[in-house]
Structure formats: C-alpha cells, structure tokens
Write a protein that binds this ligand. Sequence first.
Ligand SMILES: *Cc1c(COP(=O)(O)O)cnc(C)c1O
Length: 320
Amino acid sequence: MRAAMLDADVGDDVYGEDPTTNRLEKICAERMGFEAGLFVASGTQSNLAALLTHCERGDEYIAGQDAHTYRFEGGGGAAFGGIQPQPLPFQSDGTLDLEDVEAAIKPDDYHFARTRLLCLENTQGGRPIGPDYFARARALANRTGLRVHLDGARLFNAVVALGVDVDDITRHCDSVSVCLSKGLGAPVGSVLCGESDFIEAARRWRKVLGGGMRQCGILAAAGIYALEHSVDRLAEDHHRARELAAGLTAAGLVADQRTNMVYVTGVEPGRMRNHMATGGVRVSGPRWVVHLDIDDEDIRHVVATAGGLAADRTSPRPKP
Ligand SMILES: *Cc1c(COP(=O)(O)O)cnc(C)c1O
C-alpha cells in the first residue's frame, strides 16, 4: 500500500484533475452499480454530504437510534443543514422495522417536517443485513417517496459474511457510503456513490464542508490498493473474531461474535480496561474489533490475557 501511494499519479482534485482519485471513484461506482463516486475525507463527511444533498432545511431523515448517522456524527445534519433526524430503535438483527418506518413518515401537512430520507446501516453493530431486507426497504421507499441512503462503512464485511455481490444490496439504494479506512486498512477516506447528478451536488457540499482536496491521489492510491487486496481477506478477520469469541467463552466470559467484532458483556468497562492493560491489550469497552493488523498469535494473546477477567466479573450477565 505504501508503495502504491508513493507511485501514485496526482493532479489537483479540486479541478477534477487527479487521475488516481478519478480512478478510485470510478472503480467504486462501477463495483456498486452507480454512475459516479466521490472520494471524501471520512465516513462522517460522506454521510453528511449525502444528508445535505438528499435533504433541505426543514426536511427529516429516519435513522436508527444507535445509527452512526444519528448518534455518532455530532448532529451534523442539524448543525449544517437544518435537517431533523427521526430516530427509531434497531431490531435485534440491526434492521429498522419497516412498519415503524412507515408509521414515522410525517403527513404532507405544514405542521410537520418533510420526511425525505431513510438512512440504513450495514453492517449495523457488526450485524450483516442481506439483500431481501434492502429490497423491502426499496419497495417501501418507492411507495412513499423516500430516498434511501446506506451508511455502508463496513458494507464489505457484510458482503463477505453473506456471500453476496455488493450490488445485490446497493442496487436498492439511492446513495451508498463505504469506508476505506476501517477493515479495508487504508489510512484515510471514504467513497460516496450515487447517480451523476447526485454526486455533482454532493461534490459541491464536499467543498463547502472543507473537504476539497488537491493531490489526494496519494490517498486514493491506498484506497484502490485496499479495494483490490483487502476485501476478500475480510473473511480472515471474521474467522479470527469467531476464534476470539470461542476462546473468551471458554474462559467463562459472555462474548458475541458479529463479523469482525466481538461484544464482550457482563464486565464493568473500567475493570475490563485495567485488566487487559496488564497484558498490554488496550480496549475501550465491550466492542473488540479484529482487523488486518491482528494475527492468530494476537488472538491467542488476547484470550490468554482475558483469562482472569471472568473472575473479575462484577455486573450480572445480560439476559439473552
Ligand atoms: C466509522 C463509521 C462511520 C464514520 O467514519 P469516519 O471515517 O470515522 O468518520 C460511519 N458509519 C459507521 C457505521 C462507522 O462505523
């Protein structure tokens, strides 16, 4: 990846003249079945540019209560766009109940915000969501005049886990954001994809958000390398996460594996942090994420370090 970055052809992307960035956008769009792509600095910038492009002031988007687009992006849609979120609880499989979604759509009446957009997430908390759900969401959106944005920060984890083609899912969406910098291992960046006029409008918002970059082909080259070399290998991360969950369960902990993540519950986070630090393992909370820099030896070390943690358990096991 570093070698690809070093060798990248560059130009000024603010003028659309960076050949490597153009190539990354094209590769991503084609792979996901869209006309165009837009390289952005982060997943947050990507989702925000999508919100600003789909919605106007006084519009509303429906998202999960724990969705990144609602909970973890600083209220950007409200701060910059005057766009109101309508959060709904996620179901246990990471989907939004489509009856809940339909019931949340506001009537066309000037007392209400205009419900414009449904934001979905895949994987959601590590849970992969298959094409059938997206087909049903699309049907609802068509019937009710909503547009559909997918926060696919970890979409390729879902695709690899489910054994489907990425466009089996993306074809049901109006726009899709994927992160190059999560499991795919690029240092920076996300790509937002959609139809050409949507991406042209999003390009304007990206500039407004301070996201117009210049010789960013150096970064785009890392993204191209990641798409070419790091998608299929996500299966290894999922396998290691399974091994990790099995090892932790054998050590007496409650560990739930979802794609590349393991949720370790029933241990007070402070204790978890302190105990794991004794083995040089830094954890921030219950979600432990496996990625391309973690090998089998690391998994064994983490399991061995977690050995004493079950005895430290202070809070009761969660109900199944
Ligand atoms: C990480 C993440 C994002 C945002 O990505 P950043 O590059 O950190 O801004 C968006 N959505 C989901 C689901 C994520 O996991």
